[in-house]
Write a protein that binds this ligand. Structure first.
Ligand SMILES: [Zn+2]
Length: 479
């Protein structure tokens, strides 16, 4: 079978985190009763005029900087004409030839390999409304709440060649926008969606094959499935000598297939022209610098810091930086207790277990990083043993008690006085006389048994090293 290389580019739409819409003062956040968050401006009634929300421009620039873009000092707003029932104006205000941001790059990890995906451009635009298909009345209803919600469209170069790379790219872009604080990037709420462009070529081909666009993928899983399906479909067609048609397809999540929606439009089909109602945007170097200063340390820099300065292993560092909330939590915890590895390990192994099992929302941890640092410190300094530290964490997730309060209430504190240990060692050695005799006769394995009996009775309250020491002394005395 012929060997084809997939060539994949993505267009990601991310909703910006502004309070209000791009051209009016309607609320822009997710939800709301249908058609309660719209006004004459965002529904495009005659006689109304849009006013560009400055925060949209600032957030778009900030997102662009996070994605390594250059910012155009002069940027123009354009009108994209098309009719659709969820677009009452019959045009969308967007940007055509002078977008806000250009020429970015994003690094992704594929196994051990690092790959750079170039970003062609980022522009701002308004979202359209939503059609609700009513099965009962066999009608379609329009909800205009999303009309005018501010979006950035991030257009990549066709630099990806597998579903895995497309997924890693979307995750990285979403992560960077979250770090920059400009988008929630919640695919399940529609604040991040992707269109995938995909074509196949033979290794020796100098030109790209005919591309197909798959619209509106709203989960990482659908992106992966749609890309894999499309690679297979196009490969079969090419092998059979069939011609690929340039078209827009939709992915059917239930059936796992893509189906044709319409033949693909070219830019001229939209009759783009300069939006007469919105003035162009001028951006100064000072504007850009003051926005750049607001950016926190981003994913790649934090990863390098964790690996190089804190000596974390790459796998743990990668897990920590994958979510800004977790990375911030880690940074705060180590500012209180700078045992980098112990804190990282307790987050990755213990805390994130609850997140992965869906029992804890990493955006909503019910205790502070400082309280968590105290727990890790107690475990490291053997104030409580490791198992009891885990039990304390579980209780911390439920209530408002600190690690120390829980340790006291549950009797988890290690007993440093040797009295209790000696008492238990005496009990055990007088109860298990045959094991003691066996040990003294040379069956060294029995030491572990006696040790286990002592530990069990001390229920994690004593340092194992100390128990061992006292038990050894006692046995030596019995010789
Ligand atoms: Zn409005």
């Amino acid at each position: 079978m012929a060997n084809y290389i997939p060539v994949i580019g993505l267009e990601i739409h991310a909703q910006l985190l502004t309070n209000t819409k791009i051209f009016c003062s309607c609320a822009a956040d997710f939800g709301g009763e249908q058609n309660t968050r719209c006004c004459p401006v965002c529904t495009g009634l005659p006689g109304t005029l849009p006013v560009l929300n400055r925060q949209v421009v600032n957030y778009a620039i900030k997102g662009g900087l996070a994605l390594g873009c250059d910012i155009n000092r002069y940027s123009k707003i354009d009108r994209k004409n098309y009719f659709y029932p969820d677009l009452p104006k019959a045009y969308q205000i967007s940007q055509f030839d002078l977008p806000l941001c250009i020429d970015g790059k994003v690094k992704i990890d594929i196994g051990e390999e690092e790959k750079t995906i170039r970003i062609h451009r980022i522009h701002i635009e308004e979202d359209a409304g939503k059609l609700v298909h009513d099965n009962i009345d066999n009608a379609s209803l329009a909800d205009y709440n999303r009309c005018g919600v501010p979006l950035i469209e991030i257009v990549s170069e066709p630099d990806m060649s597998s579903a895995e790379e497309a997924k890693a790219y979307v995750e990285k872009v979403a992560g960077l926008l979250q770090y920059a604080g400009v988008s929630l990037c919640r695919m399940e709420e529609g604040s991040l969606r992707a269109d995938v462009n995909i074509s196949l070529k033979t290794p020796e081909a100098t030109r790209l094959g005919t591309k197909v666009e798959i619209k509106n993928l709203n989960s990482l899983k659908s992106i992966v499935r749609a890309v894999e399906y499309e690679i297979e479909r196009q490969t079969k067609m090419l092998v059979n000598g069939e011609e690929i048609i340039q078209e827009t397809r939709r992915f059917n999540d239930n059936r796992g297939v893509t189906t044709s929606m319409r033949s693909k439009e070219d830019a001229h089909d939209y009759r783009y022209f300069k939006e007469p109602d919105v003035i162009p945007v001028s951006i100064t170097d000072e504007d850009i610098e003051s926005i750049r200063e607001e950016l926190p340390m981003l994913i790649d820099e934090r990863f390098a810091l964790y690996v190089k300065e804190y000596s974390l292993n790459r796998a743990d560092a990668k897990i920590l930086v994958a979510s800004k909330e977790i990375s911030d939590f880690y940074n705060e915890a180590i500012s209180v207790y700078p045992n980098y590895k112990a804190v990282a390990n307790f987050i990755v192994v213990e805390l994130l277990r609850y997140v992965n099992e869906g029992e804890l929302d990493s955006r909503n941890i019910p205790f502070t990083a400082r309280a968590f640092a105290e727990l890790v410190k107690m475990a490291e300094e053997e104030v409580v043993n490791k198992n009891n530290a885990k039990a304390i964490l579980k209780i911390m997730l439920e209530g408002r008690m600190s690690a120390m309060e829980i340790a006291k209430a549950e009797g988890f504190l290690m007993n440093d006085s040797t009295d209790e240990i000696e008492e238990v060692v005496n009990q055990v050695t007088s109860e298990f006389t045959s094991e003691v005799e066996g040990y003294l006769a040379g069956k060294e394995k029995l030491f572990a048994f006696l040790m286990g009996q002592c530990s069990k009775r001390l229920a994690g309250r004593a340092n194992p090293k100390k128990i061992k020491e006292i038990l050894e002394l006692k046995l030596a005395a019995l010789k």
